[in-house]
Design a protein around this ligand. Structure first.
Ligand code: AMP
Length: 213
C-alpha cells in the first residue's frame, strides 16, 4: 500500500516519514533524498537534476519517473510512505498507472502556515554524511555544528537559502497544490495540522494512518 505524504517544503514530511518508518513499519521513499544521492554520486540523473534543484525548481517528470520506478520496487504488500512525489497532477496520474499492483490508499496533507514554513526552512541544517536533520532553534545538535548521530558536518541545503525558498514555495502553490484536489476527487484526501511539536504532529498522523486499509 502506498500513502502519499503531501505538504509544502518545510512542512515536516521527511521528519514525520522517518518517525513513521522507525515506529510503525512503513518504508519511506523520498524523491528529494533519492535525487540528492544521484547528485552526490554524479550519475546521469544527478547531472541533470543538480542545477535544477539548486534553483528550487522541479526536476522534469520523465527523470522523476525513472527515480520513482527505481525506489518503489514491486512488493505489493509493502507499506510505502511517499515523500515528495507527486508534485504535480501529471505525476499523480503517472503514480496511478505504475502503482496498479500497489495503489495509493490515501494522500495525507500536512498543513503549515507560510511564515512557519519559512522559519523552519531557514533554520534547517542537515548532516553532510548521513542526512540527519536538525534545526538551529527547535532541535539543535548537541555540539552545534556536528551531527549527533555520526559526527558529520551540519550544513544548510543549497536550496534552503531565502531566495530559493521563495521560489520553492511559489512552485508548490502553482504546481503541487492542485494535486490535493486530484486526491479529494478520489475521496483519498486527508488533512492533518502540521503545526506544533514533532511528537504532537506524529500522534495526529499516526492516528489518521492507523485507519487506512
Ligand atoms: P525535497 O527534498 O522533497 O524538498 O526535494 C528537493 C528538490 O528535489 C525539489 O525542490 C525539486 O527540485 C526536486 N524534487 C524532489 N521531488 C520531486 C518531484 N516529485 N518532482 C520534481 N522535482 C522533485
Amino acid at each position: 500500500m502506498i500513502v502519499v505524504l503531501t505538504g509544502a517544503p518545510g512542512a515536516g514530511k521527511g521528519t514525520q516519514a522517518d518517525l513513521l518508518a522507525e515506529r510503525c513499519g512503513w518504508r519511506k521513499v523520498s524523491t528529494g533524498d533519492a535525487l540528492r544521492k544521484h547528485v552526490k554520486l554524479k550519475t546521469q540523473i544527478g547531472q541533470v537534476a543538480g542545477a535544477i534543484m539548486a534553483r528550487g525548481e522541479l526536476v522534469p517528470d520523465d527523470v522523476l519517473f525513472q527515480v520513482l520506478k527505481e525506489e518503489l520496487g514491486n512488493d505489493p504488500k509493502e507499506k510505502i510512505l511517499l515523500d515528495g512525489y507527486p508534485r504535480n497532477v501529471a505525476q499523480a496520474t503517472t503514480l496511478d498507472s505504475i502503482g496498479q499492483s500497489n495503489p495509493v490508499a490515501s494522500a495525507i496533507h500536512l498543513e503549515v502556515a507560510r511564515a512557519e514554513l519559512i522559519s523552519r526552512i531557514s533554520g534547517r541544517r542537515v548532516c553532510e554524511k548521513c542526512g540527519a536533520t536538525f534545526h538551529v532553534v527547535a532541535s539543535p545538535s548537541k555540539s552545534g555544528n556536528t551531527c549527533d548521530r555520526c559526527g558529520g558536518a551540519l550544513v544548510q541545503r543549497p536550496d534552503d537559502g531565502a531566495e530559493k525558498v521563495a521560489v520553492r514555495l511559489d512552485v508548490y502553490e502553482k504546481s503541487t497544490r492542485p494535486v490535493l484536489e486530484f486526491y479529494q476527487k478520489k475521496s483519498l484526501y486527508r488533512e492533518v495540522n502540521g503545526e506544533g511539536s514533532t511528537e504532537m504532529i506524529f500522534k495526529r498522523l499516526a492516528d489518521v494512518i492507523s485507519f487506512i486499509k
